[in-house]
Write a protein that binds this ligand. Structure first.
Ligand SMILES: [Zn+2]
Ligand SMILES: [Zn+2]
Length: 351
């Protein structure tokens, strides 16, 4: 899609804009220009994520109008003065999280916890547009990958941060609840990090079939005797238990499925106010570790290594490609997971 110059000569571009809670429309916006140290990308594809749905409903402090989309790949279109890492024509992916470098968290290397955090597609214009502008510090060359693969750098970077936190013991057994796109990235990240086998639980059979295809050892649908069935498979429990569901009841059930000296990795985004009951005695008596994992922190390079090495396979996760006008449909699929058989929906402005 080419932007149409206005009479004034100002170049424009199409973008999907959230104009008010629950309202998305395609508009022509001024085409952004890269300033010093910035890069402009012609967007190839931007993955749709649960965060985009939260933003649509005005959560996460969303300010409208907003161009969402933070899982972005594309080709460098123009570079501002002082950019050294990429040049025009390079295939790239972005880490959408911008940090100040000066705050308490940044000075300790916890960039995703920056007190002045901004992010493309969350607080700044994102990837549901023909072009996006980003600091060169957040742009990673994606040579050797398809641009479809490169669009997974952000969600896979979150998995890479989780694995950096978890450091699974070589040969560990793992259990993952949730076989949506993130769950299947998490499953593959566990295998790429030395786990010997991963068991995956999800109510949707198609997702379980894909989990198998991507390396799951066992797949189960939830039912009344799920706990017993999981413990039949591994009577001493799983070295790693995790979830990509955000469902508090799922998190609550993880400790009792975790082996002695094992770890519970809370990976999904639960409702902020949700609480769960766990037995502190279990954590104490069985030497359990409970870990959280928030966003990503300089882990795009690891994600790109996994992709280049074929350790993580993302192309089968793409179930839909939609143009900018398809953003409302894509968000609706996100709101009703499993309904449309959707895994990762890629918004492709060039369609
Ligand atoms: Zn995301
Ligand atoms: Zn900071």
């Amino acid at each position: 899609m080419t932007a149409t110059p206005r009479k004034s000569g100002v170049q424009t571009m199409p973008a999907a804009v959230i104009t008010a809670p629950g309202q998305v429309e395609v508009r022509e916006l001024p085409r952004p220009h890269p300033g010093p140290g910035e890069v402009r990308i012609r967007v190839h594809g931007t993955g749709v994520c649960g965060t985009d749905l939260h933003l649509l409903h005005g959560h996460f402090g969303a300010k409208f109008p907003l161009v969402p989309g933070h899982e972005i790949s594309g080709v460098v279109d123009e570079v501002g003065p002082g950019v050294r890492n990429v040049r025009e024509g390079d295939p790239v992916t972005l880490d959408p999280n911008l940090w100040c470098g000066q705050c308490h968290a940044c000075q300790r290397g916890l960039f995703q916890h920056c007190e002045h955090h901004e992010a493309l597609g969350v607080t700044l214009p994102g990837g549901f547009a023909a072009f996006a502008v980003c600091p060169a510090t957040n742009v990673y060359p994606a040579h050797g990958l398809t641009l479809d693969q490169a669009a997974f750098a952000e969600p896979l970077g979150c998995v890479a941060w989780g694995m950096t936190r978890l450091r699974p013991r070589p040969g560990a057994s793992a259990l993952v609840f949730g076989a949506g796109a993130i769950g299947l990235l998490l499953m593959q990240g566990l295998l790429a990090s030395g786990c010997s086998e991963v068991t995956v639980v999800d109510p949707v059979q198609d997702r379980l079939d894909l989990a198998r295809q991507l390396g799951a050892a066992h797949t189960l649908r939830p039912h009344d005797r799920l706990r017993e069935e999981l413990l039949d498979l591994r009577p001493h429990g799983y070295d790693v238990t995790s979830e990509a569901t955000g469902v508090p009841a799922v998190v609550a059930g993880l400790p009792e499925l975790t082996a002695t000296l094992g770890s519970v990795l809370v990976f999904g985004v639960a409702p902020e106010e949700a609480t769960v009951a766990i037995r502190p005695y279990d954590l104490f008596q069985r030497d359990l570790t409970v870990l959280g994992s928030f966003a990503l922190n300089q882990t795009v390079p690891l994600a790109l290594e996994w992709l280049r090495a074929g350790r993580v396979n993302v192309e089968p996760l793409i179930t839909h490609r939609l143009p900018l006008a398809g953003v409302p449909d894509a968000l609706n699929m996100k709101a009703h997971p499993g309904l449309a058989g959707a895994q990762k929906v890629l918004i492709t402005p060039g369609l």
